[in-house]
Design a protein around this ligand. Structure first.
Ligand code: FES
Length: 175
């Protein structure tokens, strides 16, 4: 019974509140809907632009042509020796290893796990990443052990007279 007596008072309090802050429910709902539509439109637009950007980047990578670049001269490094060079652009560090009298291999130096620089261990005849002890085969860059799941990108070499020329890469470069 006490409650029924309180109801008009509560209604009065509510109407007082509404008088002081003139919020009209109709208009409030209208604004909310408009804001929601604006939010959805902007979010969709953002996602669309993001997808176009991703598509554009993958398209650019697929169609990228590799430069021909002389990276060393035959006999410049000893058997078991290493030469660092940058390919296919000045940001990408690679390493060339002379594995025997007549054989050279080259790989990206960026580990495919978290991009630490790999080095060549002559004793193990492997490419080793010091960060988490990832190991890669010197023959083809395949993962031998550790957390990396992908092989090291391989630099394709061409021999022209006394020159060793990088002509392309196989495998995905870390970004
Ligand atoms: S960064 Fe090379 S193994 Fe982790």
């Amino acid at each position: 019974m006490a409650n029924s007596g309180d109801k008009p008072a509560a209604r009065n309090r509510e109407s007082l509140w509404k008088d002081e802050f003139s919020i009209f429910q109709e208009r409030e709902r209208f604004v909310s809907r408009r804001q929601l539509i604006k939010f959805l439109t902007l979010t969709s637009l953002g996602m669309f632009v993001g997808n176009v950007w991703i598509l554009f980047r993958s398209w650019m990578r697929r169609d990228s042509t590799f430069p021909r670049q002389e990276i060393a001269r035959i006999g410049e490094i000893p058997v078991g020796g290493v030469k660092l060079f940058r390919y296919p652009n000045p940001k990408e560090q690679c390493l060339l290893v002379r594995t025997s009298e007549d054989n050279y291999v080259a790989y990206s130096q960026k580990c495919t796990h978290l991009s630490c620089a790999v080095y060549y261990s002559r004793e193990d005849n492997q490419l080793i990443c010091p960060c988490h002890n990832g190991r890669f085969s010197i023959r083809d860059g395949a993962v031998i052990q550790g957390p990396p799941t992908r092989a090291l990108p391989h630099v394709i070499l061409e021999r022209k007279g006394q020159e060793l020329i990088a002509i392309g890469m196989s495998g995905k470069l870390e970004s």
